[in-house]
Design a protein around this ligand. Structure first.
Ligand SMILES: *Cc1c(COP(=O)(O)O)cnc(C)c1O
Length: 448
């Protein structure tokens, strides 16, 4: 009897059989990975695998295979996730998915590009000029347009330029928290402006605003309560009536729309849009690029030309400036095909049921039973609160949820009444096959 397992051998013996890191790294089988992922990342994986050999949980002969298996698919750890939550704009999943045209625009701008350069004259040009032109063309009532890092940055820039050391008049019903603990009032106060709250939580009228206007007024702010609805005994002053009441007072009226919707949309009757707000008399509107506009993360500033010029030239604007990738994706979103979020919004429920049925049939061909059910999707991420979009879902056992989240491709659905629903409205049609593959990959019962 000689029961000496490998793991209890003296450590110097084990160490002698552990391959050296530089020897493993020099293996020709790792050359493509080193080129694609970079030497540091590959070395980290090799180090981890060799630690397993040292710990006795891996045989030295298995090192190369283990390294190849543990190599990440890309140098960035962000992974594509199929959004089957039924929330079209899911902040945790990166909000708006970009159109193929926007993706291609980003790829071609990724190297050195003429973002701030005139190729005809060979001199400096206005940064992102064509993106600004596309934005101006989309919103005819905007005399000037500018783009910053996100919606919050747009609001900060406006508040800094117009109301630093002065007052922002805002309704008590519009002091909203936008998510993850960020509250607009805190954001506004951080610019050095003071808030002058008017009205009540449920009701604010034009007279409340007018009574607060004075020497210290920097701006009047209308905030779209984009993630909740107030029902019952409530009322608020619209942009149009406020603009009329403020006419001739030289008080800028800023409307934070949140959603970034540029024009009215027939399916979103209660969602304010930039063109309508400016036509109704707002001096400036702010909004996000990655909500209902369906583009990259960005903050839109649209309105009075001389005010937008002041915003653009303020020192803070440089700190909030967007990069070439954002400008590229935004222009392609504005000029290119209908972005995925709007396609998802406009999708007909009969078509969604058809897609769900086809997916369920594919699953059944591989021995996986599911059920097609009617459900309700939502816009999400600060857009069209309270709006239920009729949708269709694949119903599966809830135990699959965690495995699907960690699968390849990863899929996030929602668990409702003890079952996992994969809501088709938020899934771009070209990902239906990926969805099938993902479910099969994490279903032990799947055959073939
Ligand atoms: C989403 C939202 C913001 C913040 O925009 P980000 O692009 O997320 O910075 C500000 N105001 C309102 C009303 C919003 O809905």
């Amino acid at each position: 009897m000689d029961p000496t397992p490998a793991s209890s051998a003296p450590s110097h013996d084990v160490r002698r059989t552990v391959p050296r890191t530089d020897v493993v790294l020099a293996d020709p089988a790792l050359v493509p990975a080193r080129r694609r992922l970079g030497p540091a990342l590959v070395k980290d994986v090799v180090t981890e695998v060799l630690a397993r050999v040292r710990a006795g949980s891996l045989a030295p002969s298995g090192v190369l295979d283990a390294v190849l298996e543990a190599l990440p698919p890309a140098a960035s750890s962000l992974r594509p996730v199929v959004n089957a939550t039924g929330v079209l704009l899911h902040t945790n999943l990166g909000r708006a998915p970009l159109s193929q045209a926007a993706v291609e625009a980003m790829v071609s701008a990724a190297g050195t590009t003429d973002v701030e350069f005139d190729r005809v004259t060979g001199t400096r040009a206005r940064r992102g000029r064509d993106t600004m032109a596309a934005l101006a063309a989309a919103v005819p009532s905007a005399g000037g347009v500018h783009v910053v890092n996100n919606g919050a940055a747009a609001l900060v820039l406006a508040a800094t330029v117009l109301a630093q050391g002065r007052e922002i008049i805002v309704s008590r019903g519009e002091m909203v928290e936008i998510g993850d603990g960020f509250r607009l009032p805190d954001l506004l106060v951080s610019t050095g402006a003071q808030l002058r709250e008017v009205g009540t939580t449920n009701r604010t009228c034009v007279q409340d605003y007018l009574a607060a206007v004075g020497d210290r007024t920097g701006m009047v702010l209308k905030v779209h309560p984009s993630n909740f609805v107030v029902q019952g005994f409530s009322s608020s002053a619209g942009v149009g009536e406020l603009a009329r009441a403020l006419a001739g007072m030289d008080v800028p009226l800023v409307a934070d729309l949140g959603s970034g919707l540029l024009r009215r949309h027939r399916l979103l009757p209660d969602e304010p849009d930039a063109e309508t707000a400016l036509a109704a008399g707002a001096t400036l509107v702010t909004g996000s690029g990655d909500k209902l506009l369906g583009g990259p993360q960005a903050g839109l500033l649209l309105g009075d030309r001389s005010l937008v010029d002041r915003l653009r030239r303020h020192p803070l604007a440089r700190a909030l400036r967007v990069d070439k990738l954002t400008l590229a994706a935004l222009e392609a979103t504005l000029r290119g095909p209908v972005p995925p979020v709007i396609r998802a919004l406009e999708a007909d429920v009969v078509g969604l049921r058809g897609r769900a049925t086809a997916i369920a049939r594919s699953l059944l061909e591989h021995g996986i039973e599911s059920e097609v059910v009617d459900c309700q999707a939502a816009v999400g991420a600060g857009g069209a609160p309270g709006l239920a979009l009729p949708s269709s879902a694949i119903r599966l056992p809830h135990e699959l949820a965690a495995r699907l989240r960690q699968g390849d491709p990863a899929v996030v659905g929602r668990v409702e009444r003890g079952a996992l629903l994969l809501d088709i409205r938020s899934v771009p049609p070209e990902l239906d096959e990926d969805l099938v593959r993902a479910v099969l990959a994490c279903s032990p019962a799947a055959d073939g």
